[in-house]
Design a protein around this ligand. Sequence first.
Ligand code: HOZ
Length: 424
Amino acid sequence: MSNSKYFREALNLLPGGVNSPVRAFKAVEGDPIVLVKGRGCRVWDADGREYIDFLASWGPLILGHAHPKVVKAVKEATERGLSFGLTNPHEVTLARLVVEMVPSVEKVRFVNSGTEATMSAVRLARGVTGRKYVVKFDGCYHGHYDSLLVSAGSGVATFAIPGTPGIPEEIASLTLVLPYNDPDSVEEVFSKYGEEIACVIVEPVAGNMGVVPPEKGFLEILRRITKKYGALLIFDEVITGFRLSKGGAQELYGIEPDITCLGKVLGGGMPVGAYGGRREIMEKVAPEGPVYQAGTLSGNPLAMVAGSETLKELRDKEPYSDLEAKTKRLAEEVSSLLKEKGLPHTVNRVGSMMTVFFTEQKVKDFATAKGSDTKLFGRFFKVLLDKGVLIPPSQFEAWFVSTAHEDSDIGEALERIREALRNL
Ligand code: HOZ
């Protein structure tokens, strides 16, 4: 069956034909593709077309598609049973790896998605502090949990969804939204609500308004002020965890949050999330403590082995400087090609994540990210796709480079992008 046949049937059966809004290609020109196979840094669609993939399933596939060690371990685990609903040894293996690799985590609870991780982390912060307010940043996306969907990035930004339909005002009003990279507004909100703020949740490198790095001192002030007022600092490292370094952004920037949310790379392509932190905080989680959170499939053995094999590979090979070099080359050469073409742009990059914004202005927060010419981005996406380069179908997302992208693949992708730009 072809892409368009699958999608036409999907439209009849699934809202918008998809199971997550950003897949619908609504913000870019053309119909969505339907992917049937992935190997290394490439994917193939239902029409048999091949693409060099910088979407990487929105981040998890840091080792590329169908990494042989991950696939082998999952196959073996499958033979022993798909789910037990009681503790299995792979949960302990993955927990050991997380605690070993992420500096601030002494104990961890596995869940099934990044959304579950952030939702549970906020509940834990409220439970520990007995306070109600949550501070988040404009353009940061922490999944689709009610309290965190306010002024969110990712699909909410892509489709410019106004407000938060379905979320009672009373709930939304407990979320205080500040501009990213603006220490003054943080000082101000704490001086007003300090004693009632349970937590500050932040993407330490924003990935959901496109890639926006923290400016010097921003994470430091969050650490200092939350400590001063007795609020908890939550790093949403669902994207950055195990991607920017073995220990994520917190290791890269040398700042330890109280709670860390993980997902994506953690599951190596399977649905896994986690939240973890210092022992005395995690001991408040049920059944050790009173803050309830649960899940039938949490710690699922297949997901745990996929995650364990992925993290072992990252721990043992430490591919981070290589990933960074390849992404730097991609970012710089894409920028040169756009310059040759006379297209105003800014490329933001941290490690192996990057975004091309169609604006000359420095992109340092959601307001400046929204200054990008999203119509031009849509056309850029389309010409790249036509030449076999897959990037996220939205301006407000990150491109990801994996260990499966060899230098020759980056070169080939750049050649395809050069050709694509002739059609823009
Ligand atoms: N967190 C991803 C967006 N940056 C998930 C993609 C989706 O919403 O499906």
